[in-house]
Design a protein around this ligand. Structure first.
Ligand code: TXA
Ligand code: MG
Length: 335
């Protein structure tokens, strides 16, 4: 199919995007986190097309995107914790897992009795969802397994000709996906860390916990804690090797070891390494989050075979970024 390209400022185009969604088509759109690949979340056939376009296993459940609490109530049973959290963090990069209502098709939740919902803050996303007039099911708009797209070019690279429309809203300002918080059990549990951190959530829900091993290389394991986590994630073609602070001294060794390959060193501003190709992710974890996925894609475009990647500081955002880094590297971590 021919994919239509529009700019986020094109109001008529966004209305057309809303109509495409209503009719069962697929539209990629910007959010504050990463680009999403949207379909009408109440239309089983439309949602199935998402899995086809992405090549995504269909037991990996999707997030429904909404713009109001009324919409949220139509699809999920909101408890007190959810209402408190929404009051503080919505609209924004927070996804809440709650008991689902019958209106949500099984294909959205991978057969689970819960549904993930998020109210994005990005204006283009909000306009599109409003024009569609339905909850919009949207995973990240990448081929399954690849780094999530943080600009329209990355979406084009993966999905051109496979979806009906791509809305170009420039660069996403957060760069990693929303925090996923499970509020369906007794203890609020972070299933995927993001820009909204455990400490921020604890101010609202003091008993909140984080699944162990999500971003700690001591406890990390490949055992899936939430559906979809068992699959390969954020993997560029290059082999990524992650260096913790304690392992940084070994980077020179690795540069030597891979001297016959095309190696990129990816580190904090100002660091120096004896390598031809050194790239910088910025000063802190927030900077790194914003650039990480697009830089990984660019390393592939430039034909790098090995990426030696230095971790950001051990802040909570630093942990959220680590969660993505560890997966990109297939847990190849030097400590
Ligand atoms: O920032 C984001 O969340 C982006 C933008 C587009 O909104 N979306 C995104 O979707 O990252 P996706 O499909 O790539 O990630 C959805 C995550 C997966 O880890 C999935 O396992 C989890 O949410 N999830 C969805 N429904 C769930 C459920 N009922 N229970 C537990 N986890 C769920
Ligand atoms: Mg994804």
């Amino acid at each position: 199919m021919d994919t239509i390209y529009i700019k986020a400022e094109d109001i008529k185009g966004i209305q057309k995007g809303g109509e495409i969604l209503q009719k069962g088509g697929l539209v990629a759109f910007p959010t504050e986190t990463v680009y999403g690949l949207g379909a009408n979340g109440l239309d089983e056939t439309a949602v199935k097309e998402i899995y086809v376009a992405k090549g995504r296993p269909s037991d990996n459940p999707l997030i429904l995107h909404i713009t109001s609490m009324e919409d949220a109530e139509k699809i999920a049973y909101l408890n007190d914790n959810a209402i408190k959290m929404a009051g503080v963090f919505w609209p924004g990069p927070l996804t809440m897992v709650l008991p689902k209502k019958d209106i949500v098709p099984k294909v959205v939740t991978g057969g689970l009795s819960t549904v993930a919902i998020r109210m994005p803050s990005n204006d283009t996303a909000r306009n599109l969802i409003s024009c569609a007039g339905v909850p919009v099911a949207a995973p990240s708009a990448n081929t399954s397994g690849k780094p999530s797209p943080t600009d329209a070019d990355a979406v084009k690279q993966d999905l051109d000709g496979k979806i009906h429309m791509i809305i170009d809203g420039g660069q996403c300002h957060i760069g990693i996906e929303s925090t996923v918080l499970d509020l369906s059990g007794e203890v609020p549990m972070i299933l995927r860390p993001g820009e909204i951190t455990l400490d921020m959530i604890k101010k609202v829900l003091p008993t909140c916990e984080m699944e162990p091993g999500l971003c700690d290389s001591e406890k990390t394991s490949k055992v899936p804690k939430c559906p979809g986590m068992k699959y390969k994630h954020y993997s560029p073609d290059a082999q990524v090797i992650v260096f913790e602070e304690s392992g940084k001294g070994k980077i020179t060794e690795y540069i030597e070891k891979y001297k016959d390959k095309k190696v990129a060193v990816y580190c904090k501003n100002g660091e120096t390494y004896p390598a031809e190709n050194v790239f910088y992710w910025g000063e802190n974890a927030h900077h790194m989050a914003r650039k990480l996925f697009s830089d990984l894609r660019n390393f592939d475009k430039s034909g790098f075979e090995i990426v030696l990647c230095v971790c950001p500081e051990m802040s909570q955002m630093g942990q959220s970024v680590r969660n993505r880094l560890y997966k990109s590297a297939g847990y190849n971590i030097v400590k």
